[in-house]
Design a protein around this ligand. Structure first.
Ligand code: DAH
Length: 340
């Protein structure tokens, strides 16, 4: 029996099982119901009483050695499968692609935010409009070229035609019809014109219209509002100049230029050597337009302005081809990832 115990001890010490299955096999062989060690415990009953003490100690040692060896082998097999093969916790994660805001929405939000700070609300109107809101109420004469099939997408051309709005000025008419006075709003939105698509023109683009109507609103208020906007948008050193112009819905009307933010007035190819960039149209709301929407033009006056969002974005990022904004080329859109 003594030799048997010694032999088993040596065997246990040299055991090197590599899988859970092998460990279980060894456990059954040694400690199972019919295992070697279990058999020795049975044999122990027949040992002479004076030898019991010595053999008892040896047998207990043997059992403890077997139990702890099996436990140790189990731990090491588990460690190996969890850390080495299944997961490498030191591996850097795969970056997942975040979408980016479209440059048109970045600029639209920037423009709207600036006017919101000045106390303007945001108003929106339908893209599919009627002739009244796009032309008639805005004082467009019947023979105006914008009313031609060549310039506007008509959906139906009955008495009050249904068409895709050609400008967001239609929203100022809707606002004047239903909002209480005074009105101070900006109206961002998509507009449509029947244009051949090129680097400088597109049949879809975006505008922001502005409208302020109250008692005693003057041209000086208009100029001040535009100057404040331009300084927020293009920097504190930006300046503006107004050139007389014509729009059916404003009188007097002007076109606004901002000092070129690339060459700072010295002249470059972006401003075509003039030092100025055209950014919007504006003017005092024509009394006919106020009256068409039921506003007393003797008591109230107001100003309006309208600018193209793509145009402002082009100046901000020097994008020369308008088509880039509509083609959803990811190489172009990813350029704006940091502008979130
Ligand atoms: N609606 C004009 C356009 O589409 C832009 C514009 C010019 C709007 C002058 C205005 C304005 O409100 O006063 O080109």
């Amino acid at each position: 029996m003594k030799e048997k115990i010694e032999a088993l001890l040596a065997e246990i010490e040299s055991l090197a099982c590599k899988s859970e299955g092998e460990i279980e096999e060894a456990r059954v062989r040694l400690l199972g119901k019919k295992g070697e060690i279990t058999k020795l415990f049975e044999e122990f009953r027949t040992v002479a009483p004076e030898m019991k003490r010595e053999f008892g100690q040896k047998l207990n040692q043997l059992k403890t050695a077997a139990v702890s060896k099996i436990e140790a082998m189990r731990n090491s097999v588990q460690d190996n499968t969890s850390s080495a093969s299944a997961f490498d916790l030191t591996k850097p994660g795969d970056p997942f692609l975040l979408g980016s805001r479209h440059p048109v929405s970045i600029v639209r939000e920037e423009i709207v935010e600036i006017f919101r700070k000045f106390g303007y609300d945001v108003a929106e109107g339908p893209e599919i409009e009627d002739d009244w809101h796009v032309f008639e109420a805005l004082n467009f004469p019947p023979e105006h070229p914008a009313r031609d099939m060549q310039d506007t997408f008509f959906i139906s051309s009955s008495a009050n035609s249904i068409l895709l709005r050609t400008h967001t000025s239609s929203v100022q008419v809707r606002a004047m019809e239903k909002l209480p006075l005074p009105i101070r709003i900006v109206c961002p939105g998509r507009v449509f014109r029947n244009e051949a698509i090129s680097a400088r023109a597109h049949c879809i683009f975006h505008q922001v219209e502005g409208l302020y109507i109250d008692e005693n609103v003057t041209f000086a208020d208009l100029k001040q509002a535009i100057l404040l906007f331009v300084r927020e948008m293009f920097g504190a050193d930006a300046s503006i100049r107004l050139r007389p112009s014509y729009f059916p819905f404003t009188e007097p009307s002007a076109e606004v230029d901002v000092s070129c933010n690339i060459c700072h007035g010295k002249g470059c190819n972006i401003c075509k050597g003039t030092g100025w960039l055209e950014i919007m149209g504006c003017g005092m709301v024509d009394p006919n337009v106020l009256e068409a929407s039921g506003i007393d033009s003797k008591k109230y006056s107001g100003f309006a302005f309208g600018m193209g969002i793509e145009r402002i974005a082009m100046l901000k990022w020097q994008v020369k081809d308008l088509r880039n904004y509509f083609e959803n080329d990811l190489r172009f859109l990813r350029e704006f990832e940091t502008s979130l």
